[in-house]
Design a protein around this ligand. Structure first.
Ligand code: IVH
Length: 700
């Protein structure tokens, strides 16, 4: 039967989405959706493939494991492939797995064949009673939410560790795993010639929280969840970083062994691994029926958050090794094991109010104030609603009963309203027109999801705006950091950036921590800041979307702040390298009365408004080759190339082995992306591109 065109299209679209999320998860360690949502996509694809087997291709995400290894690490060919597991999401699916086992084993006995049967015949499982009638023992293990790794010992010495990669070839992370305190570097005397052990590297919840506190203090990117931070910590070129991350290890499967004892049961292999000093999870149980398996699953679903590490399900394995042999593998997973995945935890609560907070750049973010509710291991009272469109799409209204869950098991998320509980006539929520902090109008830029308070004098933005103004890339006022800004603000010594040029130094000298010399130094530093080039001043004004590169272009083109202020939006947009988003933002900024008044005070203080452009840019991209595909928000195509070449990099039109990174905007070219993936070249979003331009570093 030919496959209907709409089904083929649906399959293609699903595969593309799954591939995208695979890359976010496996390569970028930066998932966009929760594991449960990812699993739902894969299930949808599998259902279609089951119904229309003609659409199944060998490279379908349902037929493959993980993701190709990255070129950052040397490849390791696994001597025994590292397989994935099939999932069960309910008791019924667990029972269906039991039924498949029963059917296969019965068939095997019947025709006497013990070998693994061919793929693809698992779908039509018999539905008759299973459970205790099976006569099998199962090992129930916690499904640790970490990163699968294979560790190899030769003659009792630790010699190699590798990630799973695509199951066949993984990445060599030997020095990184060597830093794990719980992974021994030697096995006891008399250990066999080769022992390969598979297991999970994970980050305990406490270590994850401490790490994110450190990240926050360093203003570095926060990790989404412990799994993600374990993955990020492993994929480091510098193993000292891995060493600082408190990772731990559970062994759960024996790989290749040479010269070891003969085993008949999986449970014996685990006990033996324990004797060798390799950590084995203490909650593992051997049970005699599927009913007991279900009991184990129930128990851990209820108490998963009592553990000091995260689990996302239970792995059930047939204990008897001869039976395993008989059951064999599909292309992707053993038939003798199944992962029972916990459903994401969802709770309902009352949405008390939707409020708006004003961030550092003036961005106005709506968030839900919830009747506190315990979900996913912690109490949730606030959840971001991201932006105006998200609130509209979810149609949540103050007073609603709402469903709340943890996205990626960490970030609280309002999923949807419970419409049945909504009384008639409850009004829709509308985005406030005025900033809740300063009362000035909020502005949403065309084509953008975010809304901004553009008033530079807004108290919510004040401290960060001043810090930014004084920072190195802007007016570079030495010795005027966060602490000083905050204490001056608290003491009423200044309110906005122009006040910097009218400080009461006598009063400052009387403050604790300020001697005569330090006041003199500060005075000199403030004086010197008046002479910075126009580009630096533009950076310092903290205009949404305008960074260092855009400021340079504007300064070079207009030469004087007055010329820029007099320019129309179109004139600004016409500057090579400046996109319409920057143009609208810059024009809107200078149209604002309060901002113009501030500029006049800077002029009166003697701050330089003229070019020339700042000295040549730091050559952060020397020797690099960066390919751009798709439309970026803050750069035109030429602008992006110019930004790369101005920093010493090359920006060719196609991806090759020599490409350092591929930057992806809206609607990227599929061939460039595929090529980048094939070659394992890092793929960057716009934010990472901007960081690359500034710092010359790829996200690690
Ligand atoms: S057994 C061939 N046991 O789950 C057997 N896997 O979804 C392969 N995992 O890649 C794995 N805890 O990263 C096994 N007790 C456990 C596990 C476990 C976590 C992970 C592992 C695997 C993934 C499959």
């Amino acid at each position: 039967m030919p496959v209907p065109a709409d089904i083929a299209a649906q399959v293609d679209a699903l595969r593309a989405r799954i591939e995208h999320h695979n890359r976010r998860y496996h390569e970028l360690d930066d998932p966009e959706i929760s594991d449960a949502d990812y699993d739902a996509l894969v299930r949808e694809l599998r259902t279609l493939e089951d119904e229309f087997p003609e659409v199944v291709t060998p490279d379908s995400p349902t037929q493959r494991v993980g993701s190709a290894p990255s070129s950052l690490f040397a490849p390791v060919v696994h001597r025994q492939p590292m397989m994935s597991l099939d999932n069960a999401f309910s008791d019924e699916e667990l029972a269906a797995w039991g039924a498949r086992l029963a059917r296969r084993l019965a068939a095997g006995r019947h025709d006497g064949s013990a070998g693994p049967a061919e793929d693809g015949d698992d779908a039509d499982a018999a539905d008759e009673g299973v459970g205790d009638g099976l006569g099998l023992t199962f090992v129930c293990e916690l499904k640790i939410d970490g990163v699968a790794v294979s560790i190899r010992y030769e003659d009792g010495r630790y010699v190699q560790a590798a990630t799973r990669g695509d199951g066949r070839v993984g990445e060599d992370i030997t020095p990184n795993i060597a830093t794990l305190a719980t992974v021994p570097d030697r096995l006891p005397d008399g250990a066999p010639a080769v022992v390969e052990v598979r297991g999970e590297v994970y980050m305990p919840v406490a270590a994850f929280e401490a790490l994110n506190e450190r990240q926050a203090a360093a203003e570095a990117r926060l990790f989404v969840n412990p799994r993600n931070s374990a993955a990020g910590s492993l994929r480091q070129k510098d193993s000292a970083i891995t060493a600082s991350r408190d990772l731990a290890w559970w062994s759960y499967q024996l790989g290749e062994v040479e010269g070891g004892p003969a085993f008949t049961r999986h449970s014996e292999t685990l006990a033996w691994l324990g004797e060798l000093g390799l950590p084995v999870n203490p909650e593992i149980r051997t049970v005699a029926s599927l009913d007991e398996v279900q009991e184990y699953c129930r128990r851990w679903e209820a108490s998963r958050h009592d553990l000091p590490y995260e689990i996302d399900g239970v792995v059930v394995k047939v204990d008897d090794l001869a039976t395993r042999e008989q059951l064999g593998f599909t292309s992707k997973a053993p038939r003798w094991a199944i992962a029972y995945k916990f459903p994401p935890e969802e709770r309902t609560t009352t949405l008390r109010a939707i409020s708006v907070s004003i961030g550092r750049t003036g961005k106005a973010t709506p968030f839900a104030e919830l009747e506190p509710v315990f979900v996913g291991g912690s109490t949730v009272a606030l959840a971001t609603l991201h932006n105006e469109d998200q609130v509209k799409a979810k149609d949540v209204r103050p007073g609603d009963t709402v469903v709340v869950r943890k996205a990626g098991d960490v970030i609280p998320e309002v999923v949807r309203p419970v419409l049945a509980d909504r009384p008639e006539g409850r009004p829709e929520w509308t985005f406030p027109r005025a900033c809740p902090v300063c009362g000035e109008p909020l502005r949403r830029l065309e084509g953008e999801a975010a809304t901004y308070c553009v008033n530079l004098g807004c108290p919510a933005r004040r401290a960060t705006a001043i810090e930014h103004f004084a920072s190195r890339g802007a007016l570079d006022i030495e010795g005027f950091g966060e602490q000083t800004v905050r204490s001056f603000l608290d003491l009423g010594l200044l309110e906005d950036i122009a006040d910097l040029y009218d400080l009461d130094f006598e009063r400052i000298q009387s403050l604790e921590g300020f001697g005569e010399t330090s006041v003199q130094n500060l005075r000199a530093a403030i004086e010197a800041s008046k002479d910075r080039p126009l580009a630096n001043l533009l950076v310092g004004l903290n205009i949404a979307h305008l960074g260092g590169a855009g400021s340079q272009l504007l300064a070079r083109h207009f030469g004087h702040l007055d010329a820029l202020m007099a320019a129309s939006e179109d004139e600004i947009a016409a500057v090579a390298g400046v996109g319409p988003i920057i143009a609208e933002s810059v024009h809107g900024f200078f149209a604002d009365e309060a901002n113009r008044a501030l500029v006049e005070r800077l002029r009166a203080a003697g701050v330089n408004f003229e070019g020339p452009a700042a000295p040549a840019l730091a050559q952060t991209l020397a020797g690099m080759s960066v390919v751009v595909t798709g439309t970026l928000a803050g750069f035109s195509r030429d602008g992006a190339e110019e930004a790369i070449t101005a920093r010493g990099g090359k920006s060719p039109g196609s991806v090759s082995k020599k490409t350092t990174a591929v930057v992806v905007g809206e609607s990227p070219g599929a061939s460039k992306l595929t090529k980048a993936e094939e070659l394992g070249i890092p793929v960057l979003d716009e934010a990472a591109f901007v960081r690359l331009l500034d710092e010359g570093e790829l996200p690690g």
